[in-house]
Design a protein around this ligand. Structure first.
Ligand code: EPU
Length: 338
């Protein structure tokens, strides 16, 4: 366990926002977490759990003890007749895990290619893309309680997974530190190709039955074409959630804006494309201070160079107000703001 003081968080958040952590502890095992809990000084201090920093907006220096999760290791733990079970340390890079499973001949995560961040952050916000969400592949996870130091195994029933949401954003936020995640990749593998952009790739290439590696390449190229690489331009992926409305609300909005991009959900509700609404309000490519709206995708806010967290939040608020003014819909931000 390594403890550092006065650590710049700029390299540890993909938006590249400046802030200093008073105390930063690198966690490489469950035992490290217990050492923090049992420590007379650290034990009672408020904590903040940091993964890959790809879904946070830091607006100020952090007086909390920052626990940077660096638990490593990836392995196929079981090959059952109906599934492969794969386990990874929470500190592993998510895309490395996707590639590891493909290399090991265990497909199922290819639609989630190139999602930034760590494995441990996957369940926190129930990451999802191109028709697959983490909850569809989730088996269980190991976590350590930051008050008692006790290790627990949590199955899907305990995680309250929802659209970009879980118990780890609410009751267990900074209360339970995820150390390892196990995923269940169903056998036989079935490709998930329902998304329009994947259908388009199939039509363009004439490949009607792509294998998992091909789907991985397609998803990676779709993402690269429209989402900024955080190593080049600071960002936190989609900044707002796609709002879900009732069919009546949707009909009302369609009456005024027939073009609005919307997707009917299985439960009868309708998901609206936040990117489309923000774009329709003229925000794409706009800049406030050093924070901006990405030119190629209106749902992504970016760091034009030297942005600070409060500028990003000012821009976010202005976008929320203009979308509310035009559509009567309140956009909810997706990243955690600290
Ligand atoms: N659109 C615009 N203007 C834009 C960008 C998009 O009008 O500037 C339209 C597109 O034409 C499209 C619609 O908005 O019809 C939706 O855009 P897109 O297909 O890119 O998907 P999204 O709803 O914006 C969601 C996830 C992404 C995920 C993609 C693909 C959320 C908040 N975002 O984006 O996840 O990769 O679907 O499944 O649900 C993330 O969470 O960080 C993320 C990137």
């Amino acid at each position: 366990m390594q403890i550092d003081s006065g650590v710049s968080l700029k390299p540890y958040n993909t938006f590249g926002l400046p802030a200093v952590a008073q105390t930063l502890v690198r966690i490489t095992s469950d035992a490290d977490v217990r050492r923090v809990v049992d420590d007379p000084k650290l034990g009672h201090a408020p904590k903040f759990i940091l993964g890959g920093g790809s879904n946070i907006i830091v607006t100020r220096d952090m007086p909390q003890v920052v626990l940077k999760v660096e638990v490593r290791g990836m392995r196929i733990v079981e090959e059952r007749s109906g599934a492969w079970i794969v386990e990874a340390g929470a500190g592993e890079n998510w895309n490395d895990l996707v590639e590891f499973t493909l290399d090991a001949g265990c497909p199922g995560l290819e639609n989630l290619a190139l999602i930034p961040g760590t494995v441990g952050a996957g369940p926190v916000q129930n990451i999802g893309a191109y028709g697959v969400e983490l909850k569809d592949r989730f088996e269980s996870l190991d976590a350590v309680d930051l008050v008692t130091g006790r290790s627990v195994v949590l199955g899907p029933g305990s995680c309250a997974f929802a659209y970009r949401d879980s118990v780890f954003k609410h009751a267990l936020a900074n209360h339970s530190l995820i150390t390892r995640v196990r995923l269940r990749l169903p056998r036989p593998w079935r490709p998930v190709l329902g998304y329009l952009e994947l259908q388009r790739k199939m039509a363009e290439t004439g490949i009607a039955s792509p294998d998992a590696r091909q789907i991985f390449e397609w998803v990676a190229s779709i993402r690269r074409a429209k989402l900024p690489d955080p190593a080049a331009i600071g960002n936190a992926g989609s900044f707002f959630k796609n709002p879900v409305v009732t069919p009546e609300q949707c009909r009302d909005i369609i009456g005024r804006d027939p073009e609005i991009v919307h997707y009917p959900m299985p439960d009868g509700s309708v998901k609206l494309a936040a990117a489309w609404m923000i774009d329709a309000c003229g925000w794409r490519g706009k800049t406030v201070g050093q924070a901006g709206v990405y030119e190629k995708h209106a749902l992504v806010l970016v760091n034009r160079g030297a942005a600070i967290g409060s500028e990003v939040m000012t821009l976010a608020l202005a976008i929320q107000e203009s979308v509310y003014g035009r559509f009567g819909i309140r956009l909810e931000h997706e990243p955690v703001v600290v």
